[in-house]
Design a protein around this ligand. Structure first.
Ligand code: BMA
Length: 366
């Protein structure tokens, strides 16, 4: 290399460092940025179907390889998988639903390699009481983990465990796999320690910013962030009351489940209108981050309830909750022989629903 080129390169490097600074690392790895951009237009093709814990257990099986209740019914994997990091903060080998974290890591990489998407929620234990995330006996938990609080250092340690896991999601070629992180979800209800009546809007936003900053400091650049209240908000103002900010959030969604059909349709329509409107004005991806009808007793639920609602909105994905193998009657996706299995095949065949094979090459194309 010529001396002048060498000097020029050295100047560029110095200037480069000067401009970006230590805390100004690019927010997203190249693959993450590509995914973010592609997800913004995926709704033009249709909406992706997702299922929580899909490839790690199902009805009558646990831990098998290359298995999924959804695939057993329709022949293809969901385009989206979600997993939960709950209890990772305690340093054990399994999450709160007894799934080995090493297996989750493997499945995240495999899902990326087949062109699919992953979202991670975090049912973190209560850092003040030591009980689970549903322990709402004390309303000072969030305050106690913010800077100056008695559990601040402890919670920073928890975030570091999460960061370590996120940083470890690499392919054999060394690519860090982009994933969604969806912590502190359903915060407009009051059943988690970070819920509506358990902290102020200010504290909730600080919790997010602290989390975001710490993960960034730890070098996490393969994460997109999902904001995921319940269906309580009645309008965009209520929806945005605890919104952490456009600089943090990449996806606006919501969680809601069917108990009564009419109430469900109403909640879905309202929440979809709100999320779509916020998505449009804030330039964010829109998704139904959790939904479902436990045990799907309605044999035409997929094509007569879910599909007609969702297809009207610019939604990137719709995700149903897990098919528990350890808890009776706690499943949200069909398995062979299940009441709604046939209807699910029609849902799968509909051109607006996107499964793994439909999005191959779509999400990560430059
Ligand atoms: C809930 C239930 C629980 C589970 C938790 C985290 O909705 O499915 O059984 O532990 O999610 O996955």
């Amino acid at each position: 290399m010529k001396k002048s080129i060498l000097i020029l390169s050295a100047v560029t490097v110095i200037l480069g460092i000067g401009c970006t600074g230590k805390n100004q690392q690019p927010q997203h790895s190249p693959e993450t940025e590509v995914l973010l951009q592609n997800l913004k237009s995926i709704h033009e093709k249709g909406f992706m179907f997702g299922h929580h814990d899909d490839p790690v257990y199902g009805i009558g099986w646990d831990g098998d390889r290359d298995r999924s209740d959804v695939k057993s019914v329709c022949g293809d994997y969901p385009a989206v998988f979600s997993f939960d990091l709950g209890r990772i903060e305690l340093g054990g080998e399994k999450n709160l639903d007894n799934v080995p974290l090493a297996r989750i890591r493997e499945e995240i990489v495999a899902q990326y390699e087949r062109g699919g998407l992953v979202s991670l929620s975090w049912h973190a234990d209560n850092p003040l009481t030591g009980k689970d995330s549903w322990d709402v006996s004390d309303s000072t938990v969030v305050a106690s983990i913010l800077p100056g609080g008695s559990n601040h250092e402890k919670f920073i340690g928890w975030l570091d465990t999460v960061a370590e896991f996120l940083n470890s999601l690499t392919t054999r070629e060394g690519v860090k796999v982009p994933v969604f992180f969806r912590p502190f979800h359903e915060h407009t209800g009051s059943w988690f320690w970070w819920g509506q009546n358990l902290c102020s809007a200010q504290e909730y936003k600080e919790l997010w910013r602290m989390t975001y900053n710490r993960l960034k400091e730890k070098g996490v650049n393969n994460v997109l962030y999902a904001y995921s209240p319940g269906s309580e908000p009645q309008d965009t103002t209520e929806y945005l009351e605890r919104y952490p900010g456009d600089d943090i959030i990449d996806l606006v969604g919501f969680d809601t489940y069917q108990f009564d059909r009419d109430a469900y349709i109403e909640q879905m329509e309202r929440s979809l209108q709100i999320a779509s409107s916020v998505g449009a004005t804030h330039n964010k991806i829109v998704a139904v981050t959790e939904t479902g009808y436990e045990t799907i007793p309605d044999s035409v639920w997929w094509t007569q309830t879910l599909l007609p609602i969702v297809e009207k909105y610019p939604v990137a994905y719709v995700l149903v909750w897990r098919n528990a193998r350890e808890r009776e009657n706690h499943y949200y996706a069909p398995y062979p022989g299940q009441t709604s299995a046939e209807d699910f095949i029609n849902f799968y065949r509909n051109e607006r629903t996107l499964f793994s094979n439909d999005i191959k090459g779509e999400l990560y194309k430059k």
